[in-house]
Design a protein around this ligand. Structure first.
Ligand code: UT7
Length: 324
């Protein structure tokens, strides 16, 4: 479009120290390791410490992404944070992260698309970079869902965890990109489904933060169809396919949703990056966390074609294809 490509320069992540296992959970509520593993694939999740906020998680992930990119915070002129669990209603948590990084130039703002947040943030960053208005972006997904869970509701509290992931994107001339960068992205929202996954509070309604509520079976019913539709859009836009991608890095909500989506699309199981067993569902943080795991363990390499997707509250859903 503009002759500019947004290319990935670095990735980083952070998980809080405390691990909450299924066994520990089953001492607190009427559940079992067997039920959780069988229905979701989740074995454990990380929980933020008291006084450890979304901005703290996001900041560590951002610093690690900058280090991976070999860049200084001063190189960044755009920060987009995807989160549904901000430190405060306002200012945007990205403003806190910006200040902690010592950055005073450019812009920082939050986007809120729940579990699809990272795909929405990446797409927004890519669009801004391609206008030429910004040079280097930090795209962060950071969440402390443990703070909005109803710990008495076994249908939801076993599913989520805390964490953060961040990516550095740089705008470079397409002619120098060697095919790398964000190749396509596709975002969708259908607000008719907003009551199936929501938080029962907010500044304008109850004046409280509220708790997460979900009709799990309803979400599950829509998930695979929505995910596969938007991935087919990405394939149609680029001519790529289940065969040509190197890695499928889906939002990590439920192992059954991941497996069913991969199977429907014909993506080989060995191409699927799975972290839901260890991280649980970290909402907007799950994709950059999974990307970082695959990067650190050597699976994800320069030139690889990476497919990301997510679906969540709203409903929102989206996909993107990146050449690493
Ligand atoms: O990030 C994007 C948004 N979230 C999702 O993608 C989540 C989508 N949904 C799901 O992953 C699944 O629907 C769940 C994992 C939430 C639930 O699995 P399910 O197979 O749909 O179970 P269900 O809700 O139909 O519940 C089956 C049974 C119920 O008992 P009865 O009514 O059959 O007697 C529940 O009360 O399992 C019971 N149950 C539990 N039992 C033990 C629900 N939660 C638990 C639990 N431990 N934690």
């Amino acid at each position: 479009m503009s002759g500019i490509r947004s290319v990935t320069r670095g990735i980083g992540s952070y998980l809080p120290e405390h691990i909450l296992t299924n066994a520990a959970l089953s001492e607190r509520i009427d559940t079992s390791d067997e039920w959780i593993v069988q229905r979701t694939g989740i074995c454990q999740r990380h929980i933020a410490a008291e006084g450890e906020y979304t901005s703290h998680l996001g900041l560590v992930a951002a610093r690690r992404a900058l280090e991976d990119a070999g860049m200084d915070a001063q190189d960044i002129d755009l920060i987009i944070l995807a989160t549904s669990t901000p430190d405060q209603t306002f200012p945007a948590t990205s403003a806190t992260i910006q200040a902690e990084l010592g950055i005073t130039q450019g812009a920082a703002f939050d986007v809120q698309a729940v579990c699809s947040g990272f795909v929405f943030a990446l797409t927004t960053a890519d669009a801004h970079l391609r206008t030429g208005a910004f040079r280097r972006a930090l795209v962060i997904g950071a969440e402390t869902f443990s703070r909005i869970l109803d710990w008495k509701d076994r249908g939801t509290c076993v599913l989520f965890g805390d964490g953060a992931g961040a990516m550095v994107l740089e705008a470079i001339p397409e002619s120098e990109a060697n095919g790398a960068g964000v190749l396509t992205s596709h975002l969708r929202t259908d607000g008719r489904h907003r009551h199936k996954l929501y938080v029962d509070g907010g500044p304008s309604t109850t004046g409280t933060a509220g708790h997460l509520r979900m009709e799990g079976r309803e979400v599950f019913k829509h998930a695979v169809g929505m995910i596969t539709d938007v991935i087919e859009d990405a394939f149609a836009a680029t001519g790529e396919s289940a065969e040509t991608i190197d890695w499928f890095v889906p939002h990590q909500a439920n192992r059954r949703i991941i497996d069913a989506s991969a199977q429907k699309l014909g993506i080989a199981p060995e191409k699927v990056v799975v972290t839901v067993d260890k991280h649980g569902n970290t909402s907007a943080a799950s994709i950059p966390l999974a990307l970082d795991v695959a990067h650190k363990d050597g699976r994800l390499r320069k030139g690889d074609l990476v497919l990301i997707e997510a679906m969540g509250g709203g409903f929102t859903w989206g996909s993107a294809l990146l050449r690493w």
